[in-house]
Design a protein around this ligand. Structure first.
Ligand SMILES: C[S@@+](CC[C@H](N)C(=O)[O-])C[C@H]1O[C@@H](n2cnc3c(N)ncnc32)[C@H](O)[C@@H]1O
Length: 340
Protein backbone atom coordinates (compact mmCIF):
# COMPACT_ATOMS: atom_id res chain seq x y z
CA UNK A 1 0.00 0.00 0.00
CA UNK A 2 1.47 3.34 -1.05
CA UNK A 3 1.80 6.17 1.43
CA UNK A 4 -0.71 9.06 1.19
CA UNK A 5 2.09 11.24 -0.22
CA UNK A 6 2.63 8.90 -3.17
CA UNK A 7 -1.10 8.55 -3.73
CA UNK A 8 -1.34 12.34 -4.01
CA UNK A 9 1.58 12.35 -6.48
CA UNK A 10 -0.10 9.77 -8.67
CA UNK A 11 -3.19 11.95 -9.03
CA UNK A 12 -1.06 14.57 -10.85
CA UNK A 13 0.85 14.01 -14.09
CA UNK A 14 4.28 15.07 -12.87
CA UNK A 15 6.28 11.85 -12.95
CA UNK A 16 8.33 11.00 -16.05
CA UNK A 17 10.74 8.11 -16.73
CA UNK A 18 13.57 10.51 -15.69
CA UNK A 19 12.09 11.37 -12.28
CA UNK A 20 14.06 10.70 -9.13
CA UNK A 21 12.28 10.01 -5.85
CA UNK A 22 14.37 11.52 -3.06
CA UNK A 23 13.98 10.36 0.54
CA UNK A 24 11.61 7.74 -0.91
CA UNK A 25 9.43 6.09 1.70
CA UNK A 26 7.45 3.44 -0.13
CA UNK A 27 7.40 1.28 -3.25
CA UNK A 28 6.23 3.99 -5.70
CA UNK A 29 9.41 3.65 -7.78
CA UNK A 30 8.12 0.20 -8.85
CA UNK A 31 4.47 1.07 -8.95
CA UNK A 32 4.01 4.26 -10.97
CA UNK A 33 1.46 3.20 -13.62
CA UNK A 34 2.70 3.45 -17.21
CA UNK A 35 6.28 4.23 -16.16
CA UNK A 36 9.40 2.07 -15.91
CA UNK A 37 11.04 1.66 -12.51
CA UNK A 38 12.02 5.14 -11.29
CA UNK A 39 15.29 6.12 -9.62
CA UNK A 40 14.74 6.18 -5.87
CA UNK A 41 17.15 7.49 -3.27
CA UNK A 42 16.46 6.28 0.26
CA UNK A 43 17.73 7.95 3.42
CA UNK A 44 16.05 5.26 5.52
CA UNK A 45 16.24 1.52 4.86
CA UNK A 46 12.45 1.17 4.59
CA UNK A 47 10.96 -2.15 3.52
CA UNK A 48 10.58 -0.73 -0.03
CA UNK A 49 14.35 -0.26 -0.41
CA UNK A 50 15.86 -3.05 -2.52
CA UNK A 51 19.61 -3.35 -2.13
CA UNK A 52 19.86 -5.45 -5.32
CA UNK A 53 17.98 -2.92 -7.49
CA UNK A 54 20.39 -0.67 -9.47
CA UNK A 55 17.65 2.01 -9.55
CA UNK A 56 17.74 2.24 -5.73
CA UNK A 57 20.39 3.91 -3.58
CA UNK A 58 20.58 4.16 0.19
CA UNK A 59 23.07 6.66 1.59
CA UNK A 60 23.48 9.79 3.65
CA UNK A 61 24.04 11.78 0.45
CA UNK A 62 22.86 11.69 -3.16
CA UNK A 63 24.91 9.86 -5.80
CA UNK A 64 26.91 12.34 -7.83
CA UNK A 65 24.87 12.55 -11.02
CA UNK A 66 22.75 15.16 -12.81
CA UNK A 67 19.12 14.91 -11.77
CA UNK A 68 16.65 16.05 -14.48
CA UNK A 69 13.54 16.04 -12.24
CA UNK A 70 13.11 15.21 -8.58
CA UNK A 71 10.29 14.59 -6.16
CA UNK A 72 11.41 15.15 -2.60
CA UNK A 73 9.47 13.47 0.20
CA UNK A 74 9.70 16.15 2.89
CA UNK A 75 11.08 14.79 6.17
CA UNK A 76 9.67 16.10 9.44
CA UNK A 77 13.07 17.48 10.49
CA UNK A 78 13.55 20.93 8.91
CA UNK A 79 17.34 20.80 9.10
CA UNK A 80 17.33 17.51 7.22
CA UNK A 81 15.18 18.96 4.41
CA UNK A 82 17.58 21.90 4.07
CA UNK A 83 20.52 19.51 3.87
CA UNK A 84 18.76 17.38 1.22
CA UNK A 85 17.86 20.45 -0.84
CA UNK A 86 21.44 21.78 -0.64
CA UNK A 87 22.65 18.37 -1.80
CA UNK A 88 20.10 18.36 -4.64
CA UNK A 89 21.13 21.88 -5.68
CA UNK A 90 24.51 20.53 -6.68
CA UNK A 91 23.03 18.01 -9.11
CA UNK A 92 20.32 20.15 -10.73
CA UNK A 93 20.77 22.85 -13.36
CA UNK A 94 19.06 26.24 -13.42
CA UNK A 95 15.37 25.87 -14.40
CA UNK A 96 14.99 22.25 -13.21
CA UNK A 97 11.61 21.61 -11.60
CA UNK A 98 11.60 19.94 -8.19
CA UNK A 99 8.39 18.78 -6.54
CA UNK A 100 8.02 18.48 -2.79
CA UNK A 101 5.39 16.30 -1.18
CA UNK A 102 4.70 15.80 2.51
CA UNK A 103 2.21 15.34 5.30
CA UNK A 104 0.51 18.46 6.67
CA UNK A 105 1.52 17.43 10.17
CA UNK A 106 5.16 17.16 9.10
CA UNK A 107 5.18 20.94 8.60
CA UNK A 108 5.65 20.97 4.81
CA UNK A 109 3.85 24.31 4.43
CA UNK A 110 6.30 26.28 6.54
CA UNK A 111 9.49 24.59 5.36
CA UNK A 112 8.71 25.09 1.69
CA UNK A 113 8.28 28.83 2.35
CA UNK A 114 11.76 28.98 3.86
CA UNK A 115 13.65 27.31 1.00
CA UNK A 116 14.94 30.39 -0.85
CA UNK A 117 18.49 30.50 -2.19
CA UNK A 118 18.80 27.80 -4.83
CA UNK A 119 15.02 27.40 -5.06
CA UNK A 120 12.42 29.86 -6.31
CA UNK A 121 8.72 30.13 -7.15
CA UNK A 122 7.44 27.57 -4.63
CA UNK A 123 3.81 27.08 -5.53
CA UNK A 124 1.16 24.78 -4.11
CA UNK A 125 -0.12 22.36 -6.76
CA UNK A 126 -2.44 20.10 -4.84
CA UNK A 127 -3.63 18.81 -1.50
CA UNK A 128 -5.42 15.67 -0.35
CA UNK A 129 -5.31 12.86 2.22
CA UNK A 130 -3.70 15.28 4.72
CA UNK A 131 -0.79 15.90 2.33
CA UNK A 132 0.42 18.78 0.17
CA UNK A 133 2.27 18.89 -3.14
CA UNK A 134 4.45 21.87 -4.12
CA UNK A 135 6.63 22.73 -7.10
CA UNK A 136 9.72 24.91 -7.17
CA UNK A 137 12.43 25.74 -9.68
CA UNK A 138 16.20 25.63 -9.39
CA UNK A 139 17.50 29.22 -9.46
CA UNK A 140 20.73 30.18 -11.19
CA UNK A 141 22.60 30.58 -7.89
CA UNK A 142 25.77 28.48 -8.06
CA UNK A 143 25.91 25.71 -5.43
CA UNK A 144 29.29 24.97 -3.82
CA UNK A 145 30.35 21.31 -3.76
CA UNK A 146 28.19 19.54 -1.20
CA UNK A 147 30.02 17.89 1.70
CA UNK A 148 28.35 16.07 4.57
CA UNK A 149 31.24 17.17 6.76
CA UNK A 150 29.93 20.73 6.76
CA UNK A 151 26.65 19.50 8.36
CA UNK A 152 28.33 17.09 10.77
CA UNK A 153 29.23 18.28 14.24
CA UNK A 154 30.40 16.55 17.39
CA UNK A 155 30.34 16.85 21.16
CA UNK A 156 32.47 15.17 23.79
CA UNK A 157 31.30 13.27 26.86
CA UNK A 158 33.78 14.07 29.63
CA UNK A 159 32.13 11.56 32.01
CA UNK A 160 32.68 8.65 29.58
CA UNK A 161 36.40 8.75 28.71
CA UNK A 162 35.83 11.94 26.71
CA UNK A 163 34.12 9.97 23.90
CA UNK A 164 33.50 12.10 20.83
CA UNK A 165 29.96 11.72 19.47
CA UNK A 166 29.20 12.77 15.87
CA UNK A 167 25.87 13.97 14.63
CA UNK A 168 24.00 15.08 11.49
CA UNK A 169 20.60 16.72 10.94
CA UNK A 170 17.78 14.24 11.56
CA UNK A 171 19.82 11.98 13.85
CA UNK A 172 18.66 11.35 17.43
CA UNK A 173 20.28 13.35 20.28
CA UNK A 174 21.60 16.04 17.98
CA UNK A 175 23.01 18.40 20.59
CA UNK A 176 23.68 16.25 23.64
CA UNK A 177 23.39 12.79 25.17
CA UNK A 178 19.78 11.63 25.61
CA UNK A 179 18.73 11.19 29.27
CA UNK A 180 17.61 7.60 28.67
CA UNK A 181 20.90 6.68 27.01
CA UNK A 182 22.70 8.31 29.93
CA UNK A 183 20.84 6.12 32.46
CA UNK A 184 21.81 3.08 30.36
CA UNK A 185 25.50 4.07 30.25
CA UNK A 186 25.49 4.77 34.01
CA UNK A 187 24.00 1.33 34.60
CA UNK A 188 26.59 -0.34 32.35
CA UNK A 189 29.31 1.54 34.22
CA UNK A 190 28.39 -0.25 37.47
CA UNK A 191 27.80 -3.68 35.94
CA UNK A 192 30.43 -6.42 36.44
CA UNK A 193 32.40 -6.94 33.24
CA UNK A 194 32.10 -10.38 31.58
CA UNK A 195 35.40 -12.34 31.54
CA UNK A 196 35.31 -13.48 27.92
CA UNK A 197 35.11 -11.15 24.93
CA UNK A 198 31.62 -10.67 23.62
CA UNK A 199 30.00 -10.30 20.21
CA UNK A 200 27.81 -7.27 20.72
CA UNK A 201 24.96 -5.69 18.73
CA UNK A 202 24.02 -2.03 19.26
CA UNK A 203 20.47 -2.04 17.84
CA UNK A 204 19.13 1.35 16.60
CA UNK A 205 22.59 2.83 17.12
CA UNK A 206 21.86 6.49 16.19
CA UNK A 207 25.13 8.36 16.74
CA UNK A 208 26.85 5.11 17.78
CA UNK A 209 27.28 6.23 21.37
CA UNK A 210 26.22 2.95 23.04
CA UNK A 211 28.50 0.81 20.86
CA UNK A 212 31.37 3.25 21.36
CA UNK A 213 30.90 3.16 25.13
CA UNK A 214 30.87 -0.66 25.13
CA UNK A 215 34.01 -0.87 22.99
CA UNK A 216 35.81 1.48 25.37
CA UNK A 217 34.76 -0.25 28.62
CA UNK A 218 33.97 -3.90 27.90
CA UNK A 219 35.84 -6.85 26.40
CA UNK A 220 34.07 -6.59 23.03
CA UNK A 221 35.37 -9.01 20.39
CA UNK A 222 33.23 -7.63 17.57
CA UNK A 223 30.64 -4.89 17.43
CA UNK A 224 27.74 -4.60 14.98
CA UNK A 225 25.83 -1.31 14.97
CA UNK A 226 22.58 -1.15 13.01
CA UNK A 227 19.96 1.49 12.30
CA UNK A 228 17.29 2.20 9.71
CA UNK A 229 18.84 5.62 9.02
CA UNK A 230 21.79 6.02 6.67
CA UNK A 231 22.49 9.36 8.41
CA UNK A 232 22.70 7.58 11.77
CA UNK A 233 25.08 5.01 10.29
CA UNK A 234 27.27 7.76 8.89
CA UNK A 235 27.46 9.31 12.38
CA UNK A 236 28.18 5.93 13.98
CA UNK A 237 30.97 5.35 11.49
CA UNK A 238 32.61 8.60 12.64
CA UNK A 239 31.94 8.04 16.37
CA UNK A 240 33.40 4.52 16.26
CA UNK A 241 36.31 5.36 13.97
CA UNK A 242 37.35 8.21 16.27
CA UNK A 243 38.05 5.72 19.08
CA UNK A 244 41.64 4.57 19.33
CA UNK A 245 42.62 0.89 19.22
CA UNK A 246 39.37 -0.91 19.84
CA UNK A 247 37.83 -3.99 18.21
CA UNK A 248 36.46 -4.30 14.67
CA UNK A 249 33.03 -3.00 13.97
CA UNK A 250 30.51 -3.27 11.15
CA UNK A 251 27.55 -1.05 10.30
CA UNK A 252 24.33 -2.48 8.93
CA UNK A 253 21.39 -0.57 7.46
CA UNK A 254 18.39 -2.51 8.67
CA UNK A 255 14.71 -2.00 9.37
CA UNK A 256 14.45 -3.77 12.73
CA UNK A 257 16.72 -6.83 12.74
CA UNK A 258 15.77 -7.85 9.20
CA UNK A 259 19.28 -7.58 7.78
CA UNK A 260 21.10 -8.88 10.86
CA UNK A 261 22.42 -12.35 10.21
CA UNK A 262 24.79 -13.29 13.03
CA UNK A 263 24.15 -14.31 16.60
CA UNK A 264 25.33 -12.22 19.51
CA UNK A 265 26.23 -12.63 23.18
CA UNK A 266 24.70 -9.30 24.01
CA UNK A 267 22.23 -6.90 22.37
CA UNK A 268 22.15 -3.42 23.90
CA UNK A 269 19.71 -0.74 22.81
CA UNK A 270 17.75 2.42 23.34
CA UNK A 271 15.07 1.24 20.89
CA UNK A 272 12.72 3.54 18.92
CA UNK A 273 9.13 3.81 20.05
CA UNK A 274 7.86 6.43 17.59
CA UNK A 275 6.69 6.46 14.02
CA UNK A 276 6.40 10.16 13.22
CA UNK A 277 4.70 11.74 16.24
CA UNK A 278 2.87 8.61 17.43
CA UNK A 279 3.94 5.98 19.98
CA UNK A 280 4.34 2.81 17.94
CA UNK A 281 4.77 -0.50 19.79
CA UNK A 282 5.14 -2.50 16.58
CA UNK A 283 8.88 -1.73 16.09
CA UNK A 284 9.68 -2.90 19.64
CA UNK A 285 7.38 -5.93 19.33
CA UNK A 286 9.18 -7.10 16.17
CA UNK A 287 12.57 -6.32 17.69
CA UNK A 288 11.88 -8.36 20.87
CA UNK A 289 10.66 -11.39 18.91
CA UNK A 290 13.64 -11.25 16.53
CA UNK A 291 16.18 -10.48 19.30
CA UNK A 292 15.71 -13.92 20.82
CA UNK A 293 16.64 -15.51 17.46
CA UNK A 294 19.75 -13.32 17.16
CA UNK A 295 21.12 -14.14 20.63
CA UNK A 296 23.30 -17.11 21.58
CA UNK A 297 21.69 -19.55 24.02
CA UNK A 298 22.99 -17.72 27.06
CA UNK A 299 22.86 -14.28 25.43
CA UNK A 300 21.37 -11.21 27.04
CA UNK A 301 19.30 -8.21 25.96
CA UNK A 302 19.77 -4.92 27.84
CA UNK A 303 17.65 -1.93 26.98
CA UNK A 304 16.51 1.44 28.24
CA UNK A 305 12.95 2.66 27.78
CA UNK A 306 10.66 5.46 28.87
CA UNK A 307 8.92 4.45 32.12
CA UNK A 308 5.46 4.41 30.56
CA UNK A 309 6.31 1.80 27.91
CA UNK A 310 5.03 -1.68 28.78
CA UNK A 311 8.09 -3.52 27.51
CA UNK A 312 8.34 -6.06 30.35
CA UNK A 313 5.05 -7.66 29.36
CA UNK A 314 6.04 -7.60 25.71
CA UNK A 315 9.35 -9.35 26.43
CA UNK A 316 7.94 -12.08 28.68
CA UNK A 317 6.58 -14.32 25.87
CA UNK A 318 10.08 -14.45 24.35
CA UNK A 319 12.43 -14.65 27.36
CA UNK A 320 12.18 -16.79 30.50
CA UNK A 321 13.79 -14.06 32.60
CA UNK A 322 12.82 -10.39 32.29
CA UNK A 323 13.90 -7.96 35.00
CA UNK A 324 13.69 -4.23 35.52
CA UNK A 325 17.14 -3.65 36.99
CA UNK A 326 17.16 0.13 37.41
CA UNK A 327 14.92 3.15 36.97
CA UNK A 328 14.55 6.84 37.64
CA UNK A 329 11.48 9.05 37.34
CA UNK A 330 11.55 8.96 33.52
CA UNK A 331 13.32 5.82 32.31
CA UNK A 332 13.92 2.20 33.19
CA UNK A 333 16.54 -0.40 32.32
CA UNK A 334 15.29 -3.87 31.45
CA UNK A 335 17.33 -7.04 30.98
CA UNK A 336 16.03 -10.23 29.37
CA UNK A 337 17.71 -13.64 28.98
CA UNK A 338 17.15 -17.39 29.02
CA UNK A 339 18.65 -19.12 32.04
CA UNK A 340 20.89 -22.02 30.96
C1 LIG B 1 15.96 6.40 20.66
S1 LIG B 1 17.06 6.49 19.28
C2 LIG B 1 18.53 5.78 20.01
C3 LIG B 1 19.79 6.17 19.31
C4 LIG B 1 21.08 5.84 20.06
N1 LIG B 1 21.19 4.44 20.33
C5 LIG B 1 21.17 6.64 21.35
O1 LIG B 1 20.96 6.03 22.40
O2 LIG B 1 21.43 7.85 21.29
C6 LIG B 1 16.40 5.26 18.26
C7 LIG B 1 17.06 5.01 16.90
O3 LIG B 1 16.21 4.04 16.24
C8 LIG B 1 16.32 4.23 14.85
N2 LIG B 1 15.16 3.55 14.25
C9 LIG B 1 13.90 4.01 14.10
N3 LIG B 1 13.13 3.07 13.51
C10 LIG B 1 13.92 1.99 13.30
C11 LIG B 1 13.71 0.71 12.72
N4 LIG B 1 12.52 0.35 12.25
N5 LIG B 1 14.76 -0.14 12.65
C12 LIG B 1 15.99 0.22 13.11
N6 LIG B 1 16.25 1.42 13.66
C13 LIG B 1 15.23 2.29 13.76
C14 LIG B 1 16.35 5.73 14.69
O4 LIG B 1 16.95 6.08 13.44
C15 LIG B 1 17.19 6.16 15.92
O5 LIG B 1 18.55 6.30 15.56
Amino acid sequence: MLDNTSQLLLRHPILTPDSWLINANDALSHQAPGLPTLRAHFVYAHAAYRADDPMHTLAAELPSQTIPHAVVYVPKEKALLHMLMDNLAQYTTSGTTVHLVGHNKGGIKSVVKQLGGYWQQSEKLASGNHCLLYACTRSDQVAPPFTLASYRHSYRLAEYSNLEVFNLPGVFSEQKLDQGTQLLLDYLHQKPRPKSPQRVLDFACGTGIIGAYLRAHYPVAHLTACDISSLALNCSQHTLAAQPNTCDFELVASDGLQRIQHRYDWIVSNPPFHTGQKTDYSIAAQFFAAAKQRLHKNGRLTLVANSFLGYKDMLSPHFAKVEEVQNNNKFKIIEAWQPC
